[in-house]
Design a protein around this ligand. Structure first.
Ligand code: FAD
Length: 369
């Protein structure tokens, strides 16, 4: 295998299935060759970074050079009493790493099973699912700075992780080469890591626990489970008494039911973030819209992006080949050969309409190159 490969006039694979051609795509198999690539002028501060394309919409034609890390080794670098530290190459598929950790009886990542994409992209918007965020498990990252050609290490605290964001959103020059994660030898330590919270705040929770415990063979129908509030499902998936391997299976079933498969229809998962309001903003907003759908988080009140988009009249509409899902309007789907320019247009129109109607700024989770 070459240390790196260069393709010219290459397609940039993306899960929204928009057509795209970029001037040059450099795939890096060996991290040490980055210095050589920088010194020879092949890469510089204008080079754009590509991952596996599940959260990014490339232009139809882009005259830029793109770089993509393919190195994907998984290596245990430290083993202490309660945990192991594992260094993973940025090119590793995120779910390949989660699968590896579950199969090797490590705990912590299982709720984030089946999130598509690369390990290297995971910290960018601090991926998360069912109450867990990747930032909880990150120790440090090795980065290559495309601005000065130097390697640098960032500790977790340097990354300014928040809900679906991090310092990397503002630093497109930082190429993530590998990440060291801390994962646990027993699931009970995971809860300690994410702060044990009161879990039975919802009436349904106990009922759901019974349902799960009685169904350990996993032959039950998921219909009753899906009737429960999302928050309850999230709380259940935090319970350490539920075996990690079972959680992974549960997550697979739930995700298959609620998320469209990009292999079947182009999409980028949830296209918009849920806007967060402060306590004061929320009180005002709720007095205007008592029926608002929201949930509380450590960072404030998260207003349902689905609720806002539906309220702005977009649920179920199709424009310029982009369809807005009727049930979960935070999902944008490539119905009819949409281009990235179409997606940008529709996305901007939704943001504008939500602003006009609710005076709230919706932001995209997906990245436009
Ligand atoms: C069906 C579906 C379901 C999804 N479900 C979830 C979910 O449950 N939770 C969730 O959080 N997200 C979810 N997503 C979004 C997506 O899976 C994540 O954002 C994932 O991290 C994208 O990885 P990627 O490699 O495809 O990134 P890309 O789309 O290739 O890139 C995304 C961004 O990361 C940057 N980037 C990529 N690699 C690197 C690197 N090595 N160094 C520096 N920057 C880099 C790119 O420049 C770009 O800005 C979903 C997407 C889909 C399509």
């Amino acid at each position: 295998m070459n240390d790196f490969d260069i393709l010219t006039d290459s397609n940039l694979k993306n899960s929204f299935s928009v057509p795209s051609k970029v001037k040059e795509l450099i795939t890096v198999n060996k991290i040490s060759c980055l210095t050589e690539l920088y010194n020879s002028g092949e890469i510089n501060k204008n080079t754009k970074i590509a991952g596996h394309g599940y959260n990014s919409i490339p232009k139809s034609e882009d005259e830029s050079t793109f770089i993509k890390i393919a190195a994907s080794d998984i290596e245990i670098v430290k083993s202490e009493g309660k945990y192991v530290c594992v260094k993973v190459g940025a090119g590793c598929g995120w779910d390949n790493f989660v699968k590896w950790s579950v199969e090797n009886n490590y705990h912590g990542l299982e709720n984030m099973s089946f999130i598509p994409g690369s390990v290297g992209a995971a910290p960018i918007h601090n991926i998360g699912a069912y109450g867990y965020e990747v930032s909880t498990f990150i120790v440090e990252l090795s980065l290559f700075d495309l601005e000065n050609g130097k390697f640098v290490t960032y500790k977790n605290i340097d990354c300014d992780f928040k809900y679906r964001t991090s310092i990397f959103k503002l630093a497109p020059n930082l190429l993530i080469c590998d990440i060291t994660f801390k994962i646990y030898k027993d699931s009970k330590y995971v809860l300690l890591a994410i702060e044990d919270k009161e879990i039975s705040k919802y009436e349904e929770t106990k009922e759901l626990i019974n349902l799960l415990l009685n169904s350990f063979t996993f032959n039950f129908s998921l219909k009753p489970l899906l009737k429960f509030k999302f928050d309850s499902v999230r709380d259940i998936l935090k319970l350490s008494i539920i075996p990690t391997k079972l959680k992974r299976k549960l997550v697979k079933k739930i995700r298959t039911k609620v998320l469209p498969n990009p292999e079947v229809i182009g999409n980028s998962g949830c296209f918009f973030k849920c806007p967060i309001l402060t306590n004061e903003q929320f009180i005002n907003f709720k007095s205007l819209y008592p029926q608002v759908e929201y949930f509380e988080s450590e960072e404030g009140y998260k207003i349902s992006a689905c609720w806002l988009i539906r309220g702005a009249g977009w649920a179920g509409r199709t424009k310029n080949g982009v369809h807005i899902d009727a049930n979960k309007p935070v999902l944008l789907l490539n119905y009819d050969s949409a281009t990235s320019e179409n997606v940008l247009l529709v996305s901007n129109e939704i943001i504008e309409n939500v602003m006009d109607k609710f005076k709230i700024k919706l932001e995209t989770e997906a990245v436009f190159y």
